[in-house]
Design a protein around this ligand. Structure first.
Ligand SMILES: NC(=O)c1ccc[n+]([C@@H]2O[C@H](COP(=O)([O-])OP(=O)(O)OC[C@H]3O[C@@H](n4cnc5c(N)ncnc54)[C@H](O)[C@@H]3O)[C@@H](O)[C@H]2O)c1
Length: 333
């Protein structure tokens, strides 16, 4: 990893959505490297001031990626590397608010790409999504070429749209873009809430001694990727020339059953309230999500290393350390 880390020496890096769950983990790692400056632009629509990464090299711009003035402000620092992670997150939120989803994930990436083009970035890494690329019709495990046109939510549509835009900027302007297809991310730093991922929500309910609701039979599976591992993949994407113009699955290549996940979280939190089954959400048409990570291993030397149970313990520890803030921030209304 050392030569990858050296890439960042003296560089200014812009992270859109850098206050979020994955963005915050990325910014903390960039802050440990020999980066010159890390700029965050984030409107805190799904993140919190108390959870912001802090440090002398980190500059936080409170602003929307749809706001030209704020974008100009962020790009006036002439970042060499841009990580575009800001997004209207995620599936259920997009079903409830499809127009905001299109504005932020569609118009938002277009604006960020236009600014990145004007300053001539060395690398533009986009946080795409496995669920927005694969699905009905794609063969399991999902390989990068096996794109599905049968998507189930506005979020999936606009995450794919993002890749179409990065590819367009690569094709027309030769912009050095890389598409990172994350699968379900988990890790310390993600605050639970109505539109958040299953792991922080289960942890929150389990620590409040509540029954965990499983939407479906519990035999559904997901390929859960630890945010710390994803970040190592993101750093490699800024280093390897062969990554340019390509898309990579960032996951683990392992399936976890949702009922196993629920039982493990209850065990870790000492919750005896158990689980209950509720109806699967009508847009949720993908009972299994499993990535092939062969391409990322080959080109990026990507090696996800976090043991799943250990990752859950780390989240529990983070929840305990931040319990008051988490209780005050978690909204399920
Ligand atoms: N978490 C996952 O499981 C997962 C899976 C696949 C893809 N992704 C993608 O990875 C990226 C990061 O995901 P995350 O889990 O950290 O999400 P997150 O919601 O925690 O982070 C997104 C950040 O973007 C900010 N944001 C939203 N709209 C904005 C706007 N208009 N202007 C400026 N900032 C704005 C939010 O406040 C938040 O801090 C997203 O692009 C997401 O679509 C995530």
């Amino acid at each position: 990893m050392e030569e990858i880390y050296e890439t960042f020496k003296g560089k200014t890096v812009l992270v859109t959505g850098g206050a979020g769950a994955i963005g915050g983990t990325l910014v903390r790692k960039l802050n440990e490297l020999k980066t010159k400056k890390i700029i965050i632009i984030d409107n805190l629509s799904s993140s919190y001031e108390w959870n912001l990464p802090k440090g002398p090299k980190i500059q936080f711009i409170l602003g929307d990626i749809l706001d030209e003035e704020k974008l100009r402000w962020a790009f006036k620092h002439k970042p060499q590397i841009v990580y575009h992670l800001a997004a209207h997150f995620a599936n259920q939120n997009s079903v409830d608010n499809p127009e905001t989803d299109l504005m932020v994930n569609g118009m938002g990436i277009l604006k960020v790409l236009e600014h990145a083009h004007l300053v001539g970035v060395e690398r533009f890494v986009y946080s795409s999504s496995g669920c927005g690329i694969y699905g009905a019709g794609s063969k399991i495990p999902f390989e990068e070429h096996d794109v599905s046109m049968k998507l189930c939510t506005p979020y999936q549509v606009t995450k794919m749209l993002g890749e179409l835009y990065t590819n367009y900027f690569h094709s027309l302007y030769d912009m050095p873009v890389v598409n990172a297809r994350f699968f379900n991310s988990y890790g310390p730093g993600e605050v639970p809430g109505k539109y958040r991922n299953v792991i922080p929500n289960f942890m929150f309910w389990a620590m409040n001694k509540r029954v965990l609701p499983i939407t479906g039979t519990g035999d559904e599976t997901r390929d859960f990727a630890y945010a710390g591992d994803l970040v190592e993949g993101l750093l490699a994407m800024a280093y390897y020339p062969k990554a340019i113009g390509e898309a990579f699955n960032l996951a683990t290549g392992k399936e976890i059953r949702i009922s196993d996940l629920a039982n493990w979280i209850n065990e870790i939190a000492g919750n005896s309230a158990g689980i209950r089954h509720v109806e699967r959400r009508d847009w949720d048409k993908k009972p299994r999500l499993l990535a092939s990570i062969d391409k990322a291993k080959r080109v990026l030397k990507y090696k996800p290393s976090m043991d799943f149970r250990k990752g859950l313990l780390n989240i529990h520890e983070w929840f305990e350390a931040n319990w008051e803030n988490i209780q005050a921030s978690a909204e399920f209304g």
